[in-house]
Write a protein that binds this ligand. Structure first.
Ligand SMILES: C[S@@+](CC[C@H](N)C(=O)[O-])C[C@H]1O[C@@H](n2cnc3c(N)ncnc32)[C@H](O)[C@@H]1O
Length: 333
């Protein structure tokens, strides 16, 4: 046990060297690697090491090791009353800015931090074009989707109505706890299964065969649904919109992606279309009549380019306009 006077003398010697005060002042402002600290002080690393050892022995520093780099930061107990060194530091720290070298130290510190950021930015500027090849894949490829899923309240049940091969559903997998895919064609559902499985952990897939004008979904079961490029296949699209309203929870959204009216008569046979597109305002009216609020039409820049399969189709493949209609179930139900 060191006698109190010896302890005081030792503490005064520790703080009596201005370089050590400058080190403490800098580490109070930022965590720094030993190299960065030396640069901020404008000194060789070898000249800093001895000071660091003494400050470490006085329990004023905390170290964090990352690979071969050691990062340092100031670590003084909050309650200084018990510890002489901490007590002295709590008085001295206010005086650090008056040290003649300290303004230059802080200017160099800002330079060091700016260079640290620039290094990362310059690195990514350099590799942006190659980044996808550098090895960003995760073992299952689902980690990012799972991370994004945390944005949404769970449990969340979403549905792709008239899912076909699961094109839209694939964007929803991982964002919900249950994904319900409905289609009247079991062959299409099988294709969807092939595309969607395996599902990301945490999302259950349910494939349900059924009709959009009598959805195989319970009242209020869903937190959201999409129906992409399917309403124009139906005898009465308004019935399907009423069904969407029935199966959604209060406050949730329905989204329809549709073809604008066109004149490609051949698409009835070649694409199984019942209507040659649908008028967006008719779809919005169907939403309003079904009891959706905030029903809106949104223009879409993409075009749908149906593929010509038979000679009866025109040689020139048309690019057809698309639009979205969305609506919300009132919060009161
Ligand atoms: C053009 S595909 C669209 C598929 C998918 N939604 C997409 O955006 O790629 C239309 C799908 O709707 C389905 N479908 C057509 N009429 C239906 C009905 N009455 N009830 C349920 N599904 C239907 C078809 O089997 C087909 O899979």
């Amino acid at each position: 046990m060191i006698a109190p006077t010896a302890q005081l003398g030792e503490a005064l010697r520790l703080f009596g060297e201005p370089t050590r005060l400058r080190i403490l002042g800098l580490l109070e402002l930022s965590e720094l690697s030993v190299g960065e600290l030396a640069r901020a002080l404008g000194m060789q690393q070898s000249r800093v090491s001895n000071h660091l050892r003494l400050l470490r022995d006085a329990h004023l520093l905390q170290e964090r090791h990352e690979g071969r780099t050691t990062f340092l930061r100031l670590d003084v107990p909050e309650d200084a009353t018990e510890d002489l060194v901490a007590r002295l530091w709590s008085t001295l720290r206010a005086e650090i800015p008056t040290l003649p070298e300290f303004a230059a130290d802080v200017a160099r510190l800002h330079q060091v931090i700016a260079e640290r950021r620039a290094r990362s930015r310059d690195f990514f500027d350099r590799v942006a074009g190659e980044w996808e090849k550098i090895g960003v894949d995760f073992a299952t490829g689902q980690a990012r989707q799972r991370a994004a899923a945390n944005l949404f309240a769970r449990p969340l049940v979403l549905a792709d109505l008239g899912c076909g091969t699961g094109y839209l559903a694939s964007g929803l997998a991982g964002l919900c706890s249950k994904l319900v895919c409905v289609d009247s064609s079991s062959a299409m559902l099988e294709e969807a299964r092939k595309k969607l499985e395996p599902m990301p952990p945490g999302t259950e897939l349910e494939l349900r065969r059924g009709d959009l004008d009598e959805l195989p979904i319970a009242d209020g079961e869903l937190d959201g649904c999409v129906a992409g490029m399917v309403l124009h296949h139906l005898e009465d699209p308004a019935t399907a919109v009423r069904e969407m309203r029935r199966v959604l929870k209060p406050g949730s959204n329905a989204v329809v992606l549709e073809l604008a009216p066109h004149r490609e008569e051949w698409m009835r046979d070649e694409q199984g279309d019942r209507h040659l597109g649908l008028d967006p305002s008719d779809v919005r009216t169907a939403f309003e009549r079904a009891g959706f609020v905030d029903a809106r039409i949104e223009a879409v820049e993409d075009r749908y380019q149906p593929k010509r399969r038979h000679a009866s189709a025109p040689a020139e493949e048309p690019a057809l306009a698309l639009y979205i209609v969305r609506g919300r179930v009132p919060s009161g139900g």
